[in-house]
Design a protein around this ligand. Structure first.
Ligand code: GLY
Length: 263
């Protein structure tokens, strides 16, 4: 139905971890050099979790010269039968989007962002009737406005957020697992930010990484290792699958970064 976000996750478009993964951009969580083989293994476990929930996983080859290329979420925002292809906000990543635009062009209308506007898909969270868009070091006002035009054409609203400088993306600190519900990290967002939601599951800030979720109705995938967040989501009626995201967290990436859901 136009104007109501469809949480169907029939197909996930993903991309292989880059052989240059150790050079991925990292500014928040980094405690050590990430391990390529461990990341590959974690990505396989992630694919298995998606498949176990009925999602078909399509994996594109790694892009030479782009260590962050497996974080494909940033490269396309799907709005019904349209793919908004942004200019990515980090210079080392801008260019990753060309390949996905080419891939999606057979099935979707492709709209490219004008020069000067920038946006990472990681700053876009889908909530029932609107797109929540974070203004961040990656997403500027022109990028958010460009997305808003296309969202509006499809019957969606947009709501802007200032992403705190303690985190990279809006998706790093919140998600909307089911209609009416937000999961958010305490201290990163406040109740006034999410006043539109019928239910907010507040995750303690020290476990805020687990606010990034992939949900299938009341079944939810979260990062492994966040027991308080897990308990809160169980109490909210979700059944839970966990995936070890340790290697990806080292380079500021979360569960949703690894997919673009295209139907
Ligand atoms: N390493 C993920 C990003 O900086 O976009």
């Amino acid at each position: 139905m136009p104007g109501t976000f469809d949480r169907t996750r029939g197909t996930a478009l993903t991309r292989e971890v880059s052989p240059e993964f150790v050079q991925a951009v990292s500014g928040f969580f980094n405690t050590r050099v990430p391990d390529f083989d461990a990341a590959r293994g974690a990505q396989e476990a992630y694919f298995a979790a998606l498949r176990a929930h009925g999602t078909e996983v399509v994996t594109l080859p790694a892009l030479s010269g782009y260590p962050d290329c497996s974080f494909i979420e940033d490269t396309a925002i799907i709005i019904d039968d349209k793919a908004v292809i942004p200019n990515l906000g980090h210079p080392s990543r801008n260019g990753e989007q060309d390949s996905i635009a080419e891939f999606l062009a057979d099935d979707l209308e492709i709209v490219r962002m004008p020069a000067g506007a920038s946006l990472d898909g990681g700053d876009v969270v889908f909530y029932d009737d609107r797109f929540l868009v974070g203004l961040s070091t990656r997403t500027n006002r022109d990028g958010a406005d460009f997305l808003a035009v296309h969202a509006e054409q499809a019957g969606f609203g947009t709501q802007l957020f200032d992403v705190p400088d303690t985190t990279l993306h809006l998706t790093t600190i919140c998600s909307s697992p089911r209609a009416g519900t937000m999961v958010a990290a305490e201290g990163q967002l406040g109740p006034e930010d999410l006043a539109f939601a019928e239910e907010v599951i507040w995750v303690p800030n020290e476990e805020g990484y687990a606010a990034n979720t992939i949900a299938y109705g009341d079944r939810i995938i979260i990062a492994d290792g966040y027991p308080k967040a897990r308990r809160l989501m169980l109490d909210a009626g979700f059944s839970i699958t966990t995936v070890d995201m340790t290697e990806f967290r080292e380079v500021d990436a979360s569960l949703t970064c690894l997919s673009v859901f295209i139907g």
